[in-house]
Ligand binder design. Sequence first.
Ligand SMILES: *[C@@H]1O[C@H](CO)[C@@H](O)[C@H](O)[C@H]1NC(C)=O
Ligand SMILES: *[C@@H]1O[C@H](CO)[C@@H](O)[C@H](O)[C@H]1NC(C)=O
Ligand SMILES: *[C@@H]1O[C@H](CO)[C@@H](O)[C@H](O)[C@H]1NC(C)=O
Ligand SMILES: *[C@@H]1O[C@H](CO)[C@@H](O)[C@H](O)[C@H]1NC(C)=O
Ligand SMILES: *[C@@H]1O[C@H](CO)[C@@H](O)[C@H](O)[C@H]1NC(C)=O
Ligand SMILES: *[C@@H]1O[C@H](CO)[C@@H](O)[C@H](O)[C@H]1NC(C)=O
Ligand SMILES: *[C@@H]1O[C@H](CO)[C@@H](O)[C@H](O)[C@H]1NC(C)=O
Length: 452
Amino acid sequence: MRAFSIPLLAAGIGSVSAALQVDFSSTSSIKTAAKNLASDAVGQYNGTKPGEIPGILGNPMVSGYWTWTGSVFLSTLMDHWRYTGDDQYNDLIAQGLLHQKGPNNDFLAPNWTATLGEDDHGFWGMAAMLAAELDLPNSNDNLSWVDYAVNVFRSKEQRWDDFTCDGGFRWQIPPTNMGYDYKNALSTAVYINLGGRLARFTGNETYGEIAERSWDWLTEVGYIDAKNNVYDGAHVQKNCTDINRVQFSYTPAVLLEGAAHLYNSTTGEEQTRWRDRLIAMTNRTLDVFLQKGVHIEVACELRSTCTPDMVFFKGIFLRAFANVAQLAPFLHDDLTEAFKTNAEAAVKTCTGGDNGRRCGFTWAEEGDDGEGKIPGTLNALSALDVLLIDEVSQKSLSTAPGGSGSGSGSEGGNGNNNGAGNSAQEKPAGSGGSATRVTAAMLFVGLFAAFI
Ligand SMILES: *[C@@H]1O[C@H](CO)[C@@H](O)[C@H](O)[C@H]1NC(C)=O
Ligand SMILES: *[C@@H]1O[C@H](CO)[C@@H](O)[C@H](O)[C@H]1NC(C)=O
Ligand SMILES: *[C@@H]1O[C@H](CO)[C@@H](O)[C@H](O)[C@H]1NC(C)=O
Ligand SMILES: *[C@@H]1O[C@H](CO)[C@@H](O)[C@H](O)[C@H]1NC(C)=O
Ligand SMILES: *[C@@H]1O[C@H](CO)[C@@H](O)[C@H](O)[C@H]1NC(C)=O
Ligand SMILES: *[C@@H]1O[C@H](CO)[C@@H](O)[C@H](O)[C@H]1NC(C)=O
Ligand SMILES: *[C@@H]1O[C@H](CO)[C@@H](O)[C@H](O)[C@H]1NC(C)=O
Protein backbone atom coordinates (compact mmCIF):
# COMPACT_ATOMS: atom_id res chain seq x y z
CA MET A 1 0.00 0.00 0.00
CA ARG A 2 1.32 3.34 -0.98
CA ALA A 3 2.04 5.92 1.65
CA PHE A 4 0.90 9.42 1.01
CA SER A 5 1.35 12.60 2.87
CA ILE A 6 -1.23 15.23 3.51
CA PRO A 7 0.36 18.28 1.96
CA LEU A 8 0.67 21.50 3.82
CA LEU A 9 -2.01 23.78 2.61
CA ALA A 10 -1.68 27.51 2.39
CA ALA A 11 2.06 27.29 2.64
CA GLY A 12 2.99 30.93 2.32
CA ILE A 13 1.75 33.91 4.23
CA GLY A 14 -1.21 35.31 2.37
CA SER A 15 -1.23 32.31 0.10
CA VAL A 16 -4.66 31.45 -1.12
CA SER A 17 -3.65 28.18 -2.64
CA ALA A 18 -5.61 25.32 -1.22
CA ALA A 19 -7.15 22.12 -2.31
CA LEU A 20 -9.43 22.24 -5.32
CA GLN A 21 -12.79 23.53 -4.11
CA VAL A 22 -15.96 22.25 -5.71
CA ASP A 23 -19.57 22.77 -4.77
CA PHE A 24 -21.12 19.70 -6.35
CA SER A 25 -24.59 21.19 -6.24
CA SER A 26 -23.49 24.01 -8.54
CA THR A 27 -22.90 23.54 -12.26
CA SER A 28 -20.86 26.71 -12.44
CA SER A 29 -18.64 25.60 -9.56
CA ILE A 30 -17.99 22.27 -11.31
CA LYS A 31 -17.18 24.11 -14.54
CA THR A 32 -14.80 26.51 -12.81
CA ALA A 33 -12.94 23.66 -11.12
CA ALA A 34 -12.79 21.76 -14.42
CA LYS A 35 -11.41 24.82 -16.20
CA ASN A 36 -8.71 25.11 -13.57
CA LEU A 37 -7.68 21.50 -14.01
CA ALA A 38 -7.74 21.80 -17.80
CA SER A 39 -5.45 24.78 -17.51
CA ASP A 40 -3.14 22.81 -15.19
CA ALA A 41 -2.99 19.95 -17.69
CA VAL A 42 -2.33 22.22 -20.65
CA GLY A 43 0.32 24.01 -18.61
CA GLN A 44 2.33 20.80 -18.62
CA TYR A 45 1.95 20.27 -22.37
CA ASN A 46 4.90 21.50 -24.39
CA GLY A 47 3.57 20.65 -27.86
CA THR A 48 2.84 24.28 -28.75
CA LYS A 49 6.38 25.43 -27.91
CA PRO A 50 9.11 25.90 -30.52
CA GLY A 51 11.12 22.77 -31.16
CA GLU A 52 8.60 20.53 -29.42
CA ILE A 53 6.30 17.97 -31.03
CA PRO A 54 2.59 18.82 -31.21
CA GLY A 55 0.06 16.17 -30.21
CA ILE A 56 2.12 14.10 -27.79
CA LEU A 57 3.24 14.48 -24.20
CA GLY A 58 6.91 14.87 -25.05
CA ASN A 59 9.23 12.41 -26.74
CA PRO A 60 8.50 9.11 -24.98
CA MET A 61 12.21 8.44 -24.48
CA VAL A 62 12.38 11.59 -22.37
CA SER A 63 8.92 12.09 -20.88
CA GLY A 64 8.07 8.44 -20.28
CA TYR A 65 4.64 8.91 -21.89
CA TRP A 66 3.99 6.69 -24.92
CA THR A 67 2.60 8.50 -27.91
CA TRP A 68 -0.94 7.10 -27.58
CA THR A 69 -1.31 9.11 -24.37
CA GLY A 70 -1.22 12.25 -26.53
CA SER A 71 -4.51 11.12 -28.04
CA VAL A 72 -5.95 10.74 -24.53
CA PHE A 73 -4.78 14.23 -23.59
CA LEU A 74 -6.39 15.73 -26.72
CA SER A 75 -9.58 13.68 -26.31
CA THR A 76 -9.93 14.74 -22.68
CA LEU A 77 -9.71 18.39 -23.76
CA MET A 78 -12.32 17.76 -26.46
CA ASP A 79 -14.74 16.28 -23.96
CA HIS A 80 -13.94 19.15 -21.61
CA TRP A 81 -15.01 21.54 -24.37
CA ARG A 82 -18.14 19.47 -25.02
CA TYR A 83 -19.30 19.48 -21.42
CA THR A 84 -18.21 22.95 -20.28
CA GLY A 85 -18.10 25.03 -23.46
CA ASP A 86 -14.47 25.91 -22.70
CA ASP A 87 -13.18 26.11 -26.28
CA GLN A 88 -9.89 27.91 -25.66
CA TYR A 89 -7.85 24.78 -26.46
CA ASN A 90 -9.55 23.88 -29.73
CA ASP A 91 -6.72 25.18 -31.90
CA LEU A 92 -4.19 23.32 -29.78
CA ILE A 93 -6.25 20.13 -30.18
CA ALA A 94 -6.59 20.44 -33.96
CA GLN A 95 -2.91 21.26 -34.32
CA GLY A 96 -1.95 18.21 -32.26
CA LEU A 97 -4.17 15.83 -34.18
CA LEU A 98 -3.07 17.16 -37.57
CA HIS A 99 0.59 16.95 -36.64
CA GLN A 100 0.24 13.28 -35.76
CA LYS A 101 -1.99 12.26 -38.71
CA GLY A 102 0.88 10.82 -40.71
CA PRO A 103 1.62 11.12 -44.45
CA ASN A 104 -1.33 8.87 -45.40
CA ASN A 105 -3.79 10.58 -43.05
CA ASP A 106 -4.23 7.39 -41.03
CA PHE A 107 -2.22 8.21 -37.89
CA LEU A 108 0.68 6.00 -38.83
CA ALA A 109 3.32 8.69 -38.34
CA PRO A 110 6.71 7.25 -39.38
CA ASN A 111 8.37 8.55 -36.19
CA TRP A 112 6.27 6.22 -34.10
CA THR A 113 5.22 3.21 -36.17
CA ALA A 114 8.17 1.16 -34.92
CA THR A 115 6.74 1.27 -31.41
CA LEU A 116 3.07 1.39 -32.31
CA GLY A 117 0.60 -1.10 -30.92
CA GLU A 118 -2.66 -1.88 -32.69
CA ASP A 119 -4.43 -0.53 -29.60
CA ASP A 120 -2.36 2.69 -29.65
CA HIS A 121 -3.30 3.22 -33.28
CA GLY A 122 -6.97 2.76 -32.40
CA PHE A 123 -6.78 5.47 -29.75
CA TRP A 124 -5.72 7.99 -32.41
CA GLY A 125 -8.63 6.87 -34.58
CA MET A 126 -10.98 7.33 -31.63
CA ALA A 127 -9.60 10.85 -31.08
CA ALA A 128 -10.30 11.74 -34.72
CA MET A 129 -13.75 10.19 -34.34
CA LEU A 130 -14.47 12.36 -31.31
CA ALA A 131 -13.35 15.43 -33.26
CA ALA A 132 -15.84 14.42 -35.96
CA GLU A 133 -18.66 13.80 -33.48
CA LEU A 134 -18.11 17.15 -31.80
CA ASP A 135 -17.45 18.95 -35.08
CA LEU A 136 -14.12 20.34 -33.92
CA PRO A 137 -13.23 23.29 -36.17
CA ASN A 138 -10.78 22.18 -38.85
CA SER A 139 -10.75 24.83 -41.52
CA ASN A 140 -7.20 24.35 -42.71
CA ASP A 141 -7.29 20.86 -44.00
CA ASN A 142 -8.71 19.04 -46.99
CA LEU A 143 -10.15 16.10 -45.12
CA SER A 144 -12.86 16.14 -42.49
CA TRP A 145 -12.20 14.48 -39.14
CA VAL A 146 -14.31 11.46 -39.93
CA ASP A 147 -12.11 10.74 -42.95
CA TYR A 148 -9.16 10.19 -40.64
CA ALA A 149 -11.21 7.85 -38.47
CA VAL A 150 -12.29 5.93 -41.58
CA ASN A 151 -8.67 5.67 -42.69
CA VAL A 152 -7.62 4.25 -39.32
CA PHE A 153 -10.45 1.73 -39.46
CA ARG A 154 -9.57 0.64 -43.02
CA SER A 155 -5.91 0.39 -42.18
CA LYS A 156 -6.82 -1.91 -39.30
CA GLU A 157 -9.28 -3.86 -41.43
CA GLN A 158 -6.31 -5.03 -43.52
CA ARG A 159 -4.49 -6.28 -40.43
CA TRP A 160 -7.33 -8.36 -38.96
CA ASP A 161 -5.64 -11.75 -38.77
CA ASP A 162 -7.62 -14.93 -39.43
CA PHE A 163 -4.48 -17.05 -39.77
CA THR A 164 -4.07 -17.53 -36.04
CA CYS A 165 -6.74 -17.91 -33.34
CA ASP A 166 -9.42 -17.67 -36.05
CA GLY A 167 -9.27 -13.88 -35.94
CA GLY A 168 -8.39 -10.85 -33.86
CA PHE A 169 -5.48 -8.44 -33.94
CA ARG A 170 -1.91 -8.98 -32.97
CA TRP A 171 -0.97 -6.51 -30.26
CA GLN A 172 2.05 -5.01 -32.02
CA ILE A 173 1.87 -3.77 -35.59
CA PRO A 174 5.53 -4.31 -36.60
CA PRO A 175 6.27 -8.06 -36.90
CA THR A 176 9.72 -7.52 -35.42
CA ASN A 177 8.37 -6.30 -32.07
CA MET A 178 8.07 -8.38 -28.99
CA GLY A 179 4.35 -8.78 -28.49
CA TYR A 180 3.64 -9.51 -32.15
CA ASP A 181 2.76 -13.05 -31.08
CA TYR A 182 0.25 -11.78 -28.50
CA LYS A 183 -3.36 -10.99 -29.36
CA ASN A 184 -4.85 -8.62 -26.82
CA ALA A 185 -8.50 -7.82 -26.29
CA LEU A 186 -7.95 -4.05 -26.37
CA SER A 187 -6.68 -4.13 -29.96
CA THR A 188 -10.01 -5.62 -30.98
CA ALA A 189 -11.91 -3.35 -28.55
CA VAL A 190 -10.64 -0.18 -30.23
CA TYR A 191 -11.74 -1.61 -33.59
CA ILE A 192 -15.23 -2.31 -32.23
CA ASN A 193 -15.32 1.17 -30.71
CA LEU A 194 -14.43 2.83 -34.01
CA GLY A 195 -16.74 0.53 -35.95
CA GLY A 196 -19.68 1.32 -33.67
CA ARG A 197 -19.09 5.04 -33.85
CA LEU A 198 -18.58 5.03 -37.60
CA ALA A 199 -21.75 2.99 -38.05
CA ARG A 200 -23.73 5.58 -36.12
CA PHE A 201 -22.00 8.58 -37.64
CA THR A 202 -21.96 7.52 -41.29
CA GLY A 203 -25.03 5.28 -41.38
CA ASN A 204 -22.91 2.62 -43.14
CA GLU A 205 -24.11 -0.63 -41.58
CA THR A 206 -21.04 -2.56 -42.67
CA TYR A 207 -19.13 -1.04 -39.76
CA GLY A 208 -21.70 -2.40 -37.36
CA GLU A 209 -21.57 -5.87 -38.88
CA ILE A 210 -17.78 -5.91 -38.60
CA ALA A 211 -18.01 -4.71 -35.01
CA GLU A 212 -20.47 -7.45 -34.10
CA ARG A 213 -18.34 -10.18 -35.70
CA SER A 214 -15.35 -8.85 -33.79
CA TRP A 215 -17.29 -8.88 -30.51
CA ASP A 216 -18.31 -12.47 -31.22
CA TRP A 217 -14.66 -13.37 -31.75
CA LEU A 218 -13.75 -11.95 -28.33
CA THR A 219 -16.44 -14.17 -26.84
CA GLU A 220 -15.51 -17.30 -28.81
CA VAL A 221 -11.88 -17.04 -27.87
CA GLY A 222 -12.83 -16.48 -24.21
CA TYR A 223 -11.40 -12.97 -23.79
CA ILE A 224 -14.95 -12.08 -22.76
CA ASP A 225 -16.06 -14.88 -20.47
CA ALA A 226 -19.53 -16.04 -19.50
CA LYS A 227 -19.58 -13.64 -16.54
CA ASN A 228 -18.58 -10.71 -18.78
CA ASN A 229 -15.10 -10.36 -17.41
CA VAL A 230 -12.79 -8.95 -20.08
CA TYR A 231 -9.31 -10.46 -19.99
CA ASP A 232 -6.10 -9.08 -21.41
CA GLY A 233 -5.09 -11.53 -24.14
CA ALA A 234 -3.20 -14.68 -25.14
CA HIS A 235 -0.55 -15.99 -27.53
CA VAL A 236 -0.96 -17.11 -31.11
CA GLN A 237 1.32 -20.14 -30.60
CA LYS A 238 -1.31 -21.47 -28.19
CA ASN A 239 -4.23 -20.62 -30.46
CA CYS A 240 -5.04 -17.91 -27.90
CA THR A 241 -5.95 -20.44 -25.22
CA ASP A 242 -3.32 -19.38 -22.64
CA ILE A 243 -5.46 -16.48 -21.54
CA ASN A 244 -3.88 -13.94 -19.25
CA ARG A 245 -6.74 -13.15 -16.88
CA VAL A 246 -5.57 -9.74 -15.81
CA GLN A 247 -8.30 -7.10 -16.25
CA PHE A 248 -7.71 -3.46 -17.14
CA SER A 249 -10.59 -1.04 -16.84
CA TYR A 250 -10.17 0.70 -20.17
CA THR A 251 -10.80 -2.46 -22.18
CA PRO A 252 -14.45 -3.01 -21.19
CA ALA A 253 -15.00 0.77 -21.17
CA VAL A 254 -13.82 1.09 -24.78
CA LEU A 255 -15.94 -1.94 -25.74
CA LEU A 256 -19.04 -0.61 -24.03
CA GLU A 257 -18.68 2.81 -25.64
CA GLY A 258 -18.73 1.05 -29.03
CA ALA A 259 -21.67 -1.12 -27.95
CA ALA A 260 -23.64 1.95 -26.87
CA HIS A 261 -23.23 3.54 -30.31
CA LEU A 262 -24.38 0.28 -31.90
CA TYR A 263 -27.34 -0.03 -29.55
CA ASN A 264 -28.30 3.55 -30.32
CA SER A 265 -28.13 3.19 -34.11
CA THR A 266 -29.80 -0.19 -34.60
CA THR A 267 -33.33 -1.53 -34.27
CA GLY A 268 -35.11 -4.77 -33.57
CA GLU A 269 -33.21 -7.92 -32.61
CA GLU A 270 -29.86 -6.39 -33.35
CA GLN A 271 -30.58 -3.57 -30.94
CA THR A 272 -31.78 -6.04 -28.32
CA ARG A 273 -28.49 -7.96 -28.58
CA TRP A 274 -26.50 -4.76 -27.97
CA ARG A 275 -28.78 -3.82 -25.10
CA ASP A 276 -28.24 -7.21 -23.46
CA ARG A 277 -24.48 -6.95 -23.89
CA LEU A 278 -24.49 -3.42 -22.46
CA ILE A 279 -26.48 -4.40 -19.38
CA ALA A 280 -24.45 -7.49 -18.62
CA MET A 281 -20.98 -6.09 -19.20
CA THR A 282 -21.67 -2.76 -17.51
CA ASN A 283 -22.87 -4.61 -14.46
CA ARG A 284 -19.76 -6.80 -14.30
CA THR A 285 -17.37 -3.95 -15.11
CA LEU A 286 -18.70 -1.75 -12.32
CA ASP A 287 -18.53 -4.66 -9.91
CA VAL A 288 -14.89 -5.34 -10.83
CA PHE A 289 -13.55 -1.80 -10.92
CA LEU A 290 -15.60 0.17 -8.41
CA GLN A 291 -15.04 -0.42 -4.74
CA LYS A 292 -17.47 1.49 -2.53
CA GLY A 293 -18.37 3.27 -5.74
CA VAL A 294 -14.83 4.50 -6.40
CA HIS A 295 -12.67 3.45 -9.35
CA ILE A 296 -9.69 1.25 -8.58
CA GLU A 297 -7.35 -0.02 -11.29
CA VAL A 298 -7.45 -3.41 -9.64
CA ALA A 299 -4.62 -5.04 -11.57
CA CYS A 300 -1.98 -2.64 -10.32
CA GLU A 301 -3.22 0.11 -8.02
CA LEU A 302 -3.35 -1.80 -4.75
CA ARG A 303 0.21 -2.97 -5.28
CA SER A 304 1.42 0.43 -6.54
CA THR A 305 2.65 -1.19 -9.74
CA CYS A 306 0.74 0.90 -12.26
CA THR A 307 2.95 1.96 -15.19
CA PRO A 308 2.65 5.52 -16.57
CA ASP A 309 0.28 4.11 -19.26
CA MET A 310 -2.02 2.62 -16.63
CA VAL A 311 -2.35 5.89 -14.73
CA PHE A 312 -4.41 7.20 -17.68
CA PHE A 313 -7.13 4.54 -17.43
CA LYS A 314 -9.47 6.19 -14.89
CA GLY A 315 -10.25 9.15 -17.12
CA ILE A 316 -10.67 6.99 -20.21
CA PHE A 317 -13.06 4.79 -18.23
CA LEU A 318 -15.29 7.64 -17.08
CA ARG A 319 -15.41 9.48 -20.39
CA ALA A 320 -16.36 6.29 -22.23
CA PHE A 321 -19.13 5.60 -19.72
CA ALA A 322 -20.36 9.18 -20.13
CA ASN A 323 -21.16 8.31 -23.73
CA VAL A 324 -22.77 5.05 -22.63
CA ALA A 325 -25.02 6.97 -20.23
CA GLN A 326 -26.16 9.29 -22.99
CA LEU A 327 -26.63 6.74 -25.77
CA ALA A 328 -28.10 3.92 -23.68
CA PRO A 329 -30.47 5.84 -21.37
CA PHE A 330 -31.47 2.69 -19.47
CA LEU A 331 -28.01 2.82 -17.86
CA HIS A 332 -28.07 6.57 -17.26
CA ASP A 333 -29.11 6.60 -13.59
CA ASP A 334 -26.71 3.90 -12.38
CA LEU A 335 -23.85 5.54 -14.22
CA THR A 336 -24.51 9.10 -13.09
CA GLU A 337 -24.56 7.80 -9.53
CA ALA A 338 -21.10 6.34 -10.13
CA PHE A 339 -19.92 9.60 -11.71
CA LYS A 340 -20.87 11.51 -8.54
CA THR A 341 -19.06 9.16 -6.21
CA ASN A 342 -15.95 9.21 -8.36
CA ALA A 343 -15.86 12.96 -8.87
CA GLU A 344 -16.11 13.54 -5.14
CA ALA A 345 -13.33 11.04 -4.48
CA ALA A 346 -11.14 12.38 -7.29
CA VAL A 347 -11.40 15.98 -6.12
CA LYS A 348 -10.32 14.99 -2.61
CA THR A 349 -6.95 13.99 -4.08
CA CYS A 350 -6.41 17.44 -5.62
CA THR A 351 -4.40 18.95 -2.79
CA GLY A 352 -0.79 18.88 -3.99
CA GLY A 353 1.80 20.77 -5.96
CA ASP A 354 2.68 24.44 -5.98
CA ASN A 355 -0.88 25.55 -6.59
CA GLY A 356 -2.31 23.22 -3.96
CA ARG A 357 -4.63 21.43 -6.36
CA ARG A 358 -2.45 18.84 -8.08
CA CYS A 359 -4.46 15.64 -8.21
CA GLY A 360 -3.32 12.21 -7.11
CA PHE A 361 -4.03 8.80 -8.57
CA THR A 362 -5.49 6.82 -5.66
CA TRP A 363 -9.09 7.96 -5.48
CA ALA A 364 -9.89 5.63 -2.61
CA GLU A 365 -7.63 7.73 -0.37
CA GLU A 366 -7.79 11.43 0.31
CA GLY A 367 -4.91 13.72 -0.56
CA ASP A 368 -2.38 13.90 -3.36
CA ASP A 369 -0.29 10.74 -3.47
CA GLY A 370 2.17 12.31 -5.92
CA GLU A 371 1.48 9.52 -8.42
CA GLY A 372 -0.99 11.36 -10.63
CA LYS A 373 1.14 13.79 -12.64
CA ILE A 374 -0.42 14.73 -16.02
CA PRO A 375 -2.74 11.72 -16.20
CA GLY A 376 -3.84 12.35 -12.62
CA THR A 377 -4.98 15.82 -13.64
CA LEU A 378 -6.69 14.46 -16.76
CA ASN A 379 -8.47 11.78 -14.70
CA ALA A 380 -9.86 14.27 -12.18
CA LEU A 381 -10.77 16.65 -15.02
CA SER A 382 -12.68 13.82 -16.71
CA ALA A 383 -14.42 13.00 -13.43
CA LEU A 384 -15.67 16.60 -13.15
CA ASP A 385 -16.61 16.99 -16.80
CA VAL A 386 -18.77 13.86 -16.95
CA LEU A 387 -20.94 15.27 -14.16
CA LEU A 388 -22.24 17.67 -16.79
CA ILE A 389 -23.61 15.18 -19.33
CA ASP A 390 -27.18 16.29 -18.74
CA GLU A 391 -26.24 19.93 -19.27
CA VAL A 392 -25.24 19.53 -22.90
CA SER A 393 -27.55 19.27 -25.81
CA GLN A 394 -27.65 15.73 -27.09
CA LYS A 395 -27.00 16.89 -30.58
CA SER A 396 -23.35 17.12 -29.70
CA LEU A 397 -23.33 13.34 -30.04
CA SER A 398 -24.09 13.85 -33.65
CA THR A 399 -25.88 11.40 -35.79
CA ALA A 400 -24.79 11.14 -39.07
CA PRO A 401 -26.56 11.26 -42.19
CA GLY A 402 -26.65 14.93 -41.28
CA GLY A 403 -23.17 14.81 -39.78
CA SER A 404 -20.20 16.76 -40.96
CA GLY A 405 -18.55 14.02 -42.95
CA SER A 406 -19.52 11.68 -45.71
CA GLY A 407 -17.50 8.86 -44.29
CA SER A 408 -16.66 7.76 -47.77
CA GLY A 409 -13.56 9.80 -48.15
CA SER A 410 -10.24 8.14 -47.80
CA GLU A 411 -8.25 9.99 -50.36
CA GLY A 412 -5.28 9.45 -48.18
CA GLY A 413 -6.22 5.89 -47.55
CA ASN A 414 -4.93 4.62 -50.85
CA GLY A 415 -1.54 4.51 -49.33
CA ASN A 416 -2.67 2.16 -46.64
CA ASN A 417 -1.09 -0.89 -48.15
CA ASN A 418 2.17 0.97 -47.88
CA GLY A 419 1.40 1.82 -44.29
CA ALA A 420 2.21 0.14 -41.06
CA GLY A 421 3.96 -2.97 -42.22
CA ASN A 422 6.33 -1.38 -44.65
CA SER A 423 7.18 1.72 -42.72
CA ALA A 424 7.86 -0.44 -39.71
CA GLN A 425 10.22 -2.66 -41.68
CA GLU A 426 12.06 0.37 -42.96
CA LYS A 427 12.82 1.30 -39.38
CA PRO A 428 15.71 -0.14 -37.51
CA ALA A 429 14.11 -2.98 -35.63
CA GLY A 430 13.47 -2.62 -31.94
CA SER A 431 14.36 0.87 -30.85
CA GLY A 432 15.18 1.29 -27.20
CA GLY A 433 11.67 2.50 -26.60
CA SER A 434 10.01 -0.48 -28.13
CA ALA A 435 12.13 -2.88 -26.18
CA THR A 436 11.67 -1.04 -22.91
CA ARG A 437 8.00 -0.79 -23.34
CA VAL A 438 7.40 -4.36 -24.32
CA THR A 439 9.63 -5.63 -21.58
CA ALA A 440 7.71 -3.71 -18.97
CA ALA A 441 4.37 -4.78 -20.34
CA MET A 442 5.32 -8.41 -20.73
CA LEU A 443 6.83 -8.49 -17.28
CA PHE A 444 3.57 -7.18 -16.02
CA VAL A 445 1.66 -9.76 -17.96
CA GLY A 446 3.85 -12.44 -16.41
CA LEU A 447 3.47 -11.14 -12.88
CA PHE A 448 -0.28 -11.17 -13.00
CA ALA A 449 -0.81 -14.29 -15.03
CA ALA A 450 -2.44 -15.84 -12.01
CA PHE A 451 -4.39 -12.79 -11.00
CA ILE A 452 -8.16 -13.26 -11.14
C1 LIG B 1 7.40 20.22 -20.47
O1 LIG B 1 8.60 20.92 -20.23
C2 LIG B 1 8.89 21.08 -18.84
C3 LIG B 1 10.13 21.99 -18.73
O2 LIG B 1 11.16 21.45 -19.49
C4 LIG B 1 9.11 19.73 -18.21
O3 LIG B 1 9.35 19.85 -16.83
C5 LIG B 1 7.84 18.88 -18.41
O4 LIG B 1 8.05 17.57 -17.91
C6 LIG B 1 7.50 18.81 -19.89
N1 LIG B 1 6.23 18.14 -20.05
C7 LIG B 1 6.14 16.96 -20.66
C8 LIG B 1 4.77 16.38 -20.77
O5 LIG B 1 7.07 16.33 -21.10
C1 LIG C 1 9.03 13.37 -35.77
O1 LIG C 1 10.29 13.70 -35.17
C2 LIG C 1 10.82 14.97 -35.59
C3 LIG C 1 12.20 15.11 -34.97
O2 LIG C 1 12.09 15.02 -33.56
C4 LIG C 1 9.87 16.09 -35.18
O3 LIG C 1 10.34 17.31 -35.62
C5 LIG C 1 8.49 15.81 -35.76
O4 LIG C 1 7.59 16.79 -35.28
C6 LIG C 1 8.00 14.43 -35.36
N1 LIG C 1 6.73 14.15 -36.02
C7 LIG C 1 5.71 13.57 -35.38
C8 LIG C 1 4.52 13.28 -36.21
O5 LIG C 1 5.73 13.28 -34.19
C1 LIG D 1 -4.90 20.39 -49.63
O1 LIG D 1 -4.89 19.92 -50.96
C2 LIG D 1 -4.14 20.75 -51.84
C3 LIG D 1 -4.31 20.23 -53.26
O2 LIG D 1 -4.17 18.83 -53.30
C4 LIG D 1 -2.68 20.74 -51.41
O3 LIG D 1 -1.91 21.58 -52.24
C5 LIG D 1 -2.59 21.24 -49.97
O4 LIG D 1 -1.27 21.14 -49.50
C6 LIG D 1 -3.51 20.42 -49.06
N1 LIG D 1 -3.52 21.00 -47.73
C7 LIG D 1 -3.18 20.29 -46.65
C8 LIG D 1 -3.21 21.07 -45.38
O5 LIG D 1 -2.87 19.12 -46.67
C1 LIG E 1 -8.43 -22.39 -32.19
O1 LIG E 1 -9.42 -21.81 -31.33
C2 LIG E 1 -10.68 -21.60 -31.97
C3 LIG E 1 -11.60 -20.95 -30.95
O2 LIG E 1 -11.06 -19.77 -30.51
C4 LIG E 1 -11.26 -22.89 -32.47
O3 LIG E 1 -12.46 -22.63 -33.17
C5 LIG E 1 -10.26 -23.56 -33.40
O4 LIG E 1 -10.76 -24.84 -33.77
C6 LIG E 1 -8.91 -23.72 -32.70
N1 LIG E 1 -7.94 -24.24 -33.66
C7 LIG E 1 -7.10 -25.24 -33.36
C8 LIG E 1 -6.15 -25.63 -34.44
O5 LIG E 1 -7.12 -25.79 -32.26
C1 LIG F 1 -25.09 -6.54 -11.00
O1 LIG F 1 -26.13 -7.50 -10.94
C2 LIG F 1 -26.24 -8.12 -9.66
C3 LIG F 1 -27.28 -9.23 -9.78
O2 LIG F 1 -28.45 -8.73 -10.37
C4 LIG F 1 -26.60 -7.08 -8.62
O3 LIG F 1 -26.68 -7.67 -7.35
C5 LIG F 1 -25.52 -6.01 -8.62
O4 LIG F 1 -25.88 -4.98 -7.74
C6 LIG F 1 -25.34 -5.44 -10.01
N1 LIG F 1 -24.20 -4.52 -9.97
C7 LIG F 1 -24.27 -3.31 -10.46
C8 LIG F 1 -23.01 -2.51 -10.36
O5 LIG F 1 -25.26 -2.86 -10.99
C1 LIG G 1 -29.89 7.42 -28.50
O1 LIG G 1 -29.15 8.47 -27.90
C2 LIG G 1 -29.87 9.67 -27.70
C3 LIG G 1 -28.91 10.67 -27.09
O2 LIG G 1 -27.90 10.99 -27.97
C4 LIG G 1 -31.05 9.42 -26.79
O3 LIG G 1 -31.77 10.61 -26.65
C5 LIG G 1 -31.91 8.33 -27.39
O4 LIG G 1 -32.97 8.02 -26.49
C6 LIG G 1 -31.08 7.07 -27.64
N1 LIG G 1 -31.86 6.07 -28.34
C7 LIG G 1 -32.30 4.96 -27.74
C8 LIG G 1 -33.02 4.01 -28.62
O5 LIG G 1 -32.13 4.70 -26.57
C1 LIG H 1 -19.01 1.00 -45.71
O1 LIG H 1 -17.89 0.62 -44.92
C2 LIG H 1 -17.16 -0.49 -45.43
C3 LIG H 1 -16.12 -0.89 -44.37
O2 LIG H 1 -15.04 -0.02 -44.31
C4 LIG H 1 -16.57 -0.11 -46.77
O3 LIG H 1 -15.87 -1.23 -47.31
C5 LIG H 1 -17.67 0.32 -47.73
O4 LIG H 1 -17.09 0.79 -48.94
C6 LIG H 1 -18.52 1.42 -47.09
N1 LIG H 1 -19.65 1.71 -47.94
C7 LIG H 1 -19.93 2.92 -48.35
C8 LIG H 1 -21.18 3.08 -49.20
O5 LIG H 1 -19.20 3.88 -48.10
